[in-house]
Write a protein that binds this ligand. Sequence first.
Ligand code: 9UX
Length: 69
Amino acid sequence: ALEEKEIKVVGMHCPSCVNAVQLSLTDVDGIEDAKADLDSGITTITLDADKVSDEEIKEAVEEAGFNVE
Ligand code: 9UX
């Protein structure tokens, strides 16, 4: 089943950063949507919890060049 998970991404400084984080996350199998807020870093991920681990989420954010707080 799909559910929403909130993480906090640190290091985003512009809309392009936001785009990079969102694209890297939605590229993960099982992640349906990702919406990152530039100012707060709060990122809401819509995912299939059976398919996606917290570690995979962290790796996707780090691949884009950012970190999870
Ligand atoms: Mo522009 Mo966001 O260099 O890192 S893409 S601030």
